[in-house]
Design a binder for this molecule. Structure first.
Ligand code: GLU
Ligand code: ZN
Length: 297
């Protein structure tokens, strides 16, 4: 049991929602887990709105998420960052990687990739077609990064050692899509570095993205944060709660029981009387008693 208060004033955590809809129970769990871990350590908790993919964004969702967090009593430090305003920083990172001769254009269609590849840990493993036969940049193209098979390993605070060989397990991955949109893997790494994030606490659906992010951090000379991947909330059909699976929005008028459900989901054991108090007494209890060892893994 981690019973001692581990004060780490340099701790900088974050919650990075995609504004595809209001908070639902799944995103609430990621928000609460990242918030409590930061507050337990007396660190900072930042918000980043991951609206890099404007096609997926739902107008008004970012503001609604911020409003919900505020009403849930979750106070963030520093100014909110929006990925839609950070293209220059992503381009700069892309240029640094390009100078290392690691970027190449790819004009393959989805169908061509499907017909020529095997399924890896995270969908299709791109077989490197356009690396072997360079594509003309006159055509609309995505930009991929050349990977290798050196193992990339890290210690997840909850899940222990996790390792991948990128070339075999995921393949050369996209950093900028053919429609010009920067990929999540690049944006998240540039922004975690820009916000000086020391601890990334997020859902375990992103565990298998982490080696790609560490690979980019190494090439860009960024520090590598600590990672803690929380269990993912699923519905009765075993699907991850999300907008696509029609997860219900958190109802702010009834916040306390939902916060209590979220910490229960994370294995924490608040006393039943917690429901008779208010949101601020809930947070006081939850911050003081946060215990990562109680989370299912
Ligand atoms: N924006 C991502 C999501 O909502 C989270 C990214 C991250 O925490 O690294 O799933
Ligand atoms: Zn290609």
């Amino acid at each position: 049991m981690k019973s001692t208060q581990l004060i780490d004033l340099n701790y900088r955590g974050r919650f990075a929602p995609s504004p595809t809809g209001p908070l639902h129970f799944g995103s609430l769990v990621a928000a609460v887990g990242s918030y409590l871990d930061a507050k337990y350590h007396h660190g900072k908790w930042l918000i980043r709105i991951e609206d890099v993919d404007s096609q997926r964004e739902v107008p008004g969702a970012a503001n609604e998420i911020l409003y919900q967090l505020e009403r849930l009593g979750m106070e963030w430090d520093e100014e909110v960052i929006y990925q839609s305003q950070r293209s220059e920083a992503y381009l700069e990172a892309l240029n640094i990687l390009n100078k290392q001769d690691l970027i190449y254009p790819c004009t393959c269609s989805r169908k061509e990739i499907a017909d020529s590849s095997i399924i890896g840990l995270n969908g299709r493993v791109y077989p490197g077609t356009c690396l072997k036969n360079p594509a003309s940049i006159k055509n609309v193209h995505a930009l991929r990064i050349q990977t290798n098979d050196d193992p990339i390993q890290f210690e997840d605070i909850l899940n222990g050692t996790y390792s991948q060989r990128l070339k075999s397990d995921v393949g050369d991955f996209v950093l900028r899509r053919a429609d010009g949109i920067f990929a999540y893997q690049l944006a998240v790494v540039v922004d975690d570095a820009a916000q000086n994030i020391t601890h990334v606490v997020r859902g375990a659906d992103l565990l298998d993205s982490t080696p790609r992010q560490i690979f980019l951090q190494q090439l860009l000379g960024y520090p590598i944060p600590q990672y803690l991947h929380l269990p993912v909330v699923t519905n009765a059909r075993g699907e991850k709660l999300s907008k696509q699976t029609n997860a219900a929005s958190i109802t702010i008028s009834n916040a306390l029981p939902q916060l209590v459900d979220a910490v229960h989901f994370l294995g924490q054991q608040p006393p039943p009387e917690i429901l008779e108090g208010d949101i601020s007494s809930f947070w006081q209890w939850a911050q003081q008693n946060w215990c990562v060892d109680l989370i299912a893994h």
